[in-house]
Design a protein around this ligand. Structure first.
Ligand code: CO
Length: 223
């Protein structure tokens, strides 16, 4: 029990400290949240979005899962994305992976971990697509790090292939979508320079027409 009680004690200390630094902090945040960023990151306890970017509560809207994946049928991710882009109108969406990711490591191996293997399958799919390039890199940390980067780039593309992002671009040329990797060894973030705010780089099959060009709604057959 003492570990959990420790958290509550530390919460009291944090509230006190915040009050000293900025007496209006809680008053201001209790009214409304206006974050400029959506963060899609790994669940790993070593990669907390606010801490590593030096931001406060209220500044980053966050979705985290194992290995920062953008899975098209993930209702939780899609709901967070739609709300962030269309209601909060964030200006930036960041997919942030990290070196030393257990999900990435599991995807490159053959060991079973249970239910999670079915989630890891999505990461294995990314590996298969880039297998030729990855096999040229010596096995071990170097190959793992490169795969971590490749996976982030893939997730950025998965993200911008959604109608949510493409419709937002058609409407307001925002958000910018970024791919980053966090280094757990030194705390630094590396930008992978795949930032996009239009669909020019998308393979043609993924490009949507702007919503205004959507065909007239068909009447239901028999009506
Ligand atoms: Co991870």
């Amino acid at each position: 029990m003492k570990f959990i009680e420790q958290l509550l004690l530390q919460n009291r200390a944090w509230v006190e400290q915040k009050g000293i630094e900025d007496p209006e902090f809680f008053n201001r945040l209790s009214e409304v949240q206006t974050p400029k960023f959506l963060w899609i990151g790994c669940s790993d306890s070593r990669v907390p979005a606010n801490d590593i970017t030096g931001t406060n509560p209220g500044e980053i809207f966050v979705h985290r899962n194992i290995a920062n994946m953008v899975v098209h049928t993930d209702m939780s991710m899609l709901s967070v994305l739609d709300y962030a882009v269309n209601v909060l109108e964030v200006r930036h969406v960041i997919v942030c992976g990290h070196y030393g990711c257990g999900g990435i490591r599991a995807a490159m191996g053959h060991k079973q971990f249970g239910l999670i293997d079915n989630w890891i399958r999505h990461i294995k799919d990314v590996y298969r697509i880039h297998e030729d390039e990855l096999k040229l890199i010596p096995e071990g940390r170097e190959r793992e790090n490169r795969f971590t980067e490749i996976n982030v780039v893939e997730q950025v593309f998965d993200l911008v292939e959604t109608s949510i992002i493409q419709n937002a671009w058609a409407k307001r040329q925002l958000p910018f979508v970024h791919g980053w990797v966090y280094d757990i060894h030194n705390g630094l973030i590396k930008c992978l320079k795949v930032t996009m705010n239009d669909n020019a780089q998308l393979p043609e099959v993924y490009r949507f027409n702007p919503p205004s060009q959507v065909d007239e709604v068909q009447t239901r057959p028999g009506h």
